[in-house]
Design a protein. Sequence first.
Length: 455
Amino acid sequence: MSTLNALADALESGHITSRELVEGCLARIAAPDGEGQRTFLKVDAERALQAADEYDRERRAGRSRSRYAGIPISIKDLFDREGEITTAGSKLLRNAAPATKNAASVERLIRAGFIPIGRTNMTEFAYSGLGLNCHYGTPANPFDRATRRIPGGSSSGAAVSITDSMAFAALGTDTGGSCRIPAAMCGIVGFKPTARRVPLAGTFPLSPSLDSIGPLANSVECCAIVDAVLAGESHEPLAAVPLHGLRFAVPQTLVLDDIEEYVGNTFARALSRLSAQGADIVETPLELLGELPELNRKGGLAAPEAYATHREWIAQHSDAYDPRVLTRILRGKEQDAADYIQLLRARADFIERMSSALMGFDAMLMPTVPIVAPPMAGLEDNAAYVRTNALVLRNPALVNFMDGCAISIPCHDPGDAPVGLMVATLGGRDPQLLAIASGIERVVAGHVAQSGLTR
């Protein structure tokens, strides 16, 4: 796998051109034996090649607009791009009017010189952690592809676009884990920033209280580079924080329940590796996490906020929805205004108490998801679907509820089934989290991104 810095070095040295990068991505997308047709809902080959040629001319003239100009990136089908229809993975919006301008995040990426290669598949309206899409098909997880395991969601196509080198970074969203779950299940890195860090303008909403925009990529540094662009900040190379003396809380309430033995063993091995580097691993009860199931019993904040968006469409076109997504949206009817207001107050109280509970810790560590990506076939049963969806969303979603930031880093050994280690902390501590994650990645990552690029 190629990092953004490796690609930038290759472009600067003339070892490769932007056109060659784009053509390579397009070829992998179009490969008849690949996952490209299920990974992308739209491929913008013409615009991508035109942009590549422009950046190559600029670089030859010595006036490249940025170090990363000319690198292909994929865009989740939740973001507006001028002249394109944002379908949000649905068939309901196939005939909607094209966007008249770019989403704020897309505009920032384009201004930084990244080339959108196409729009990636996703769970319809981003409302599931499994990544299944009954309208457009589902790209298979790169691990054990013959079994056709789920990629995780909702940013399913975003993750597979990276694992299969159809793009070198991906723009995703995360309302309850939608960047981190597919990253963990597919063996890459996914970052959920503090929600207020990146503007949501031009992004189709799921839950405005919880929605956040983040990158998926091949390394922590890659995610930090894209995050800086999305946040409108300059990027400074990450200086990995030494792990010696850092204190990490490992919650014992909720987050380790129903964990598969293999995932548990892989997580424990990662903790041992961190401990060997001098990190202080503290098992802590953190009982307040046990309150979350009851707080979210009626669908949490996502259900009523999604229902507010979809209510009129459902009244007229309910048959156009994925029935499983529709069921989740309709849970918003279970809450009245008082329920919703009480939940907002409960969330504010939860955030305050989490801030106190995590005082003295540098971050929390937990498995991103407690299971290995299961086969798609086993999820045709609705009960299995509901149970599995709740299980994979559980750990990532608690970070959204606490208004925090978190990153999933692969911690499995090469060739083994992907397992993600989630590093999470309080909101607003994104730079510190990324620096810590860079140090953790060097110790636990089961794969090492290439330091160079060969043609």
